[in-house]
Design a protein around this ligand. Sequence first.
Ligand SMILES: [Zn+2]
Length: 386
Amino acid sequence: MSADPVAIARDLLRCPSVTPAEGGALTFVEGILKTAGFTVHRMTFREPGTDDVENLYARIGAAKPNLVFAGHTDVVPPGDEKTWKHPPFSGEVTNGELYGRGAVDMKGGIACAIAAVLDHLNHHGGKRKGSISFLITGDEEGIAVNGTPKLLKWAAEHGESFDHCILGEPSNQNELGDTIKIGRRGSLNGHLIVTGKQGHVAYPQRADNPIRGLTALIAALQSEPLDQGSAQFAPSHLEFTTVDVGNKTVNLIPGEARARFNIRFNDKHTLDSLKKLIEQRAAKASGGKIKFAFRWEPSNAGVFVTKSGPFTELVANAVAEVTGRKPELSTTGGTSDARFITHYCPVVEFGLVGQTMHAVDERVPIADLRALTAIYSKIIDRYFGS
Ligand SMILES: [Zn+2]
């Protein structure tokens, strides 16, 4: 008998695991994996000023290669539950669709990976070749400090090594099989602060209005592209998100003006090289006449890309065989935990269709859960050559 991804997904959806609450979700995963013969580790990571978060690492087999399924069991809040057709933590199935917060992002994806792995173990009487692991965090939707980065570090310190990873985030745009994510842009937030000299508007010669300097620097930073894009990425993009002076007085030239911006950047940059580039461009535009400073917010959102090769081909072929679609290898969208995993092994993201993620009435077609399980099964069988 094969494992049922729908039943697993329902049970997971019934755990109210809104970040940082565990909600019973990891305990449920632990139970299934232990029964299947996995060695399961649970750990809680802490850091001052942040919520404690529970995490899980499980492995079956001791040999290489170690194929890892990664993901998160935490979900974003459901919002006003009354606006949902079915309660967000009830796991209701109607008209061939399973409803619930996390249905596509990404308890459904985790359920499919578990079902595929259980089937693999059933067919082969346990794990005979290589290893399979699960790297599951409860801290993806939050600030992601006590989740995957610490989990990866923990694993490395305990002698665990990974060969390839599949992160089951909802990678598809419209239909299952349309997109595999092989990279994500990085994200960096900065503040630009221009200092002038406060004074009376009637005597501008005695003051120095920082708004002039700020608008000049904003214009300069937006005028020149950061790059022309790369083989696998669109051009990087800088966008100002707010400009603040906070001056309530009509006859006062303010002493300071600030702006805030975000940059989504590709693999032509690192966080450090990007900061340097922006600072250099501002310095050039200022001509030494504008007093400015940058304040960079800490970022753990570097760029990641996994080069096309046998592993991405293996995944793409499995997707095509099950869905009949040739998936696009994409690097679009926001950041994900793949940005951390990429430092340990090649990682691709493939999961369900993202359309209802974070929305009211998040739901997944039962047919998609079955198809994704079939895709993961094919990937596992091909990967281990069985
Ligand atoms: Zn997610």
